[in-house]
Design a protein around this ligand. Structure first.
Ligand SMILES: Cc1cc2nc3c(=O)[nH]c(=O)nc-3n(C[C@H](O)[C@H](O)[C@H](O)COP(=O)(O)OP(=O)(O)OC[C@H]3O[C@@H](n4cnc5c(N)ncnc54)[C@H](O)[C@@H]3O)c2cc1C
Length: 498
């Protein structure tokens, strides 16, 4: 395979930064001239609603990327070519126009991206050009951490141990982009169009800015710095949705406005000084890699259960099921912790991890709905939506995934609410109509005394819904629904509740 090219093209996708960027670094190292492009891919964008926080985040990130490339080049002329087109055909076309003999990009592991990249590669090969895909999004790819018999891991704990052992005592090496000013080229005049605005792309502004969220690597760095001071307390704080416990970096990881290696190295340095919080956070970053390798090694999970026997579950169907689904999507189930979680998702595009588990479990194990319905809704709404982690999370709550919770473990939404939002602070933030209820009543308002409800101005069935299902009955139905798995998996034992 050729290792030196006169002209190369860097195709930015989920790596919208210059710092520690593997594709950019590789292109700078082996080309005499390097062009850069970002494609607003119509194959993806045309399917999205016209207001989408992710598109706004990307648009801001692309603008910031252009500034970073100009800084790297040491010149304020247009460096990043942007296209609004179908990437699969636009990239080979552009490489022809630029006479680039190689296109460099960070490897993407999602099935649709793999199909697109294979098609691009074939078109380039037909022209005698190369598509050079490099690892950037993950610490270890799907064949890098394997069991002793050379198989992919399906259980997290031994994977995590092997993942840490593979990193060893060193920090994870980064990617140098120092040669930028010598090799980066300005965009040719014909392609040096102004960067498209949101309106140019056919999208409308969302509440992203009002939420204080910004795209771009400077915003990612600011968020990281904000978290660094909290990292040591992560293990205690991360479970309580009203507390600023997690990093909120998911969306920056999704679009590559932070480098995963930088995060892992920061965590590793803290772990080595004995920080429990850093160790737990590092494990979350390993979960991210874990689900990436699950999707890459077992691509059937994108549409089917990881454990095939779980595809035989008979989910609720029909009008009533659809009405329950709608109530869940809109945060009108009558269970405050679930409804507040859904309100957080709908209003901000973020949902706290504990609540993703509780709201997800509620959909599957209280409403009896197919986990894929919930997965699809999260995919539409989450700013940090990532097929591998979302699918892994949903298959975890549905018990159909690798290393998932056993099917007979059913989160009790009221107990979860009492445990993780004891004073109802989170609930009150998203369901202000319940703000007058006591710490005890807020978790299950339908059980409150009429006097307390009246004093708090809460009318069940009017300004707050009655519960759409009864917990005990729903639980019994779920145990029956999953019951046929008892023999085949031999995992049942005693039914437990969390
Ligand atoms: C049903 C369900 C759906 C989910 N969907 C997504 C999704 O679409 N995208 C996504 O990134 N995460 C998803 N998660 C995992 C997790 O909830 C989010 O990563 C986390 O809440 C993001 O917030 P944060 O950035 O503040 O995370 P932090 O707690 O600060 O963690 C740091 C990073 O570690 C990674 N991470 C943390 N937990 C997990 C996990 N369980 N699995 C994989 N990676 C993890 C993420 O990249 C996260 O940004 C899902 C979990 C569940 C239960």
């Amino acid at each position: 395979m050729q290792s030196h090219f006169s002209t190369g093209l860097v195709w930015f996708r989920r790596d919208l930064r210059t710092d520690d960027n593997a594709a950019l670094s590789r292109a700078l190292a082996c080309c005499d001239t390097v062009y850069c492009v970002f494609v607003y891919d119509k194959a993806i964008l045309d399917k999205l609603p016209r207001q989408d926080r992710r598109v706004e985040f990307i648009q801001e990130s692309v603008t910031a990327l252009e500034s970073s490339l100009q800084a790297l080049r040491g010149h304020a002329s247009r460096t990043l070519i942007t296209l609004h087109d179908v990437a699969q055909s636009a990239i080979p076309e552009l490489s022809k126009q630029l006479q680039a003999s190689a296109v460099f990009a960070a490897r993407d592991y999602e099935p649709a991206a793999v199909t697109r990249d294979t098609a691009v590669q074939q078109q380039l090969l037909a022209e005698g050009k190369q598509l050079v895909l490099v690892k950037d999004q993950v610490i270890f790819e799907e064949r890098e951490v394997l069991t002793q018999t050379g198989k992919p891991y399906g259980v997290f704990t031994p994977y995590h141990r092997a993942w840490l052992a593979r990193i060893g005592m060193e920090l994870v090496p980064g990617h140098d982009v120092g040669r930028g000013n010598a090799v980066l080229s300005v965009a040719p005049d014909a392609l040096a169009q102004p960067l498209p605005s949101l309106a140019d792309l056919g999208f409308e502004a969302t509440n992203l800015r009002a939420l204080g969220m910004h795209g771009g690597s400077a915003a990612g760095e600011a968020m990281l710095q904000d978290f660094v001071g909290r990292m040591d307390r992560y293990s205690e704080a991360r479970n309580f949705p009203s507390v600023k416990g997690p990093s909120y970096l998911g969306v920056h990881l999704r679009f590559g406005t932070v480098s995963i290696r930088k995060l892992v190295n920061l965590a590793l340095q803290r772990v080595r000084t004995g920080s429990e919080g850093a160790s737990v956070w590092l494990a979350e970053l390993a979960w991210r890699d874990f689900y990436f390798q699950i999707l890459a090694n077992f691509p059937h999970v994108a549409t089917q259960a990881f454990k095939p026997e779980y595809d035989a579950i008979a989910w609720e169907q029909g009008e009533e099921a659809e009405a329950l689904f709608e109530a869940w999507c809109e945060g009108k189930t009558g269970y405050p912790i679930v409804d507040a979680a859904m309100a957080q998702l709908n209003q901000t595009g973020y949902m706290h991890n504990r609540l993703r588990m509780v709201a997800g479990s509620f959909l599957v194990k209280h409403l009896g709905l197919d986990w894929r319905w919930g997965e699809k809704y999260f995919a539409l709404k989450l700013n940090d939506f990532d097929l591998s982690a979302n699918n892994g999370g949903w298959q975890w709550v549905a018990s159909s995934g690798c290393d998932a919770q056993p099917y007979f473990r059913i989160f009790n939404p009221v107990t979860q609410s009492e445990k993780f939002d004891g004073q109802g602070k989170f609930i009150k933030r998203y369901l202000p109509q319940l703000a007058g209820l006591s710490d005890k009543a807020i978790h299950a308002p339908w059980l409150a005394k009429p006097m307390e409800l009246a004093a708090a101005g809460v009318q069940i069935g009017s300004n707050y819904p009655s519960p759409v299902v009864d917990h005990a009955k729903a639980r019994a139905r779920t145990l029956a629904r999953y019951g046929f798995l008892k023999k085949s998996t031999d995992q049942a034992g005693t039914a437990t509740e969390q």
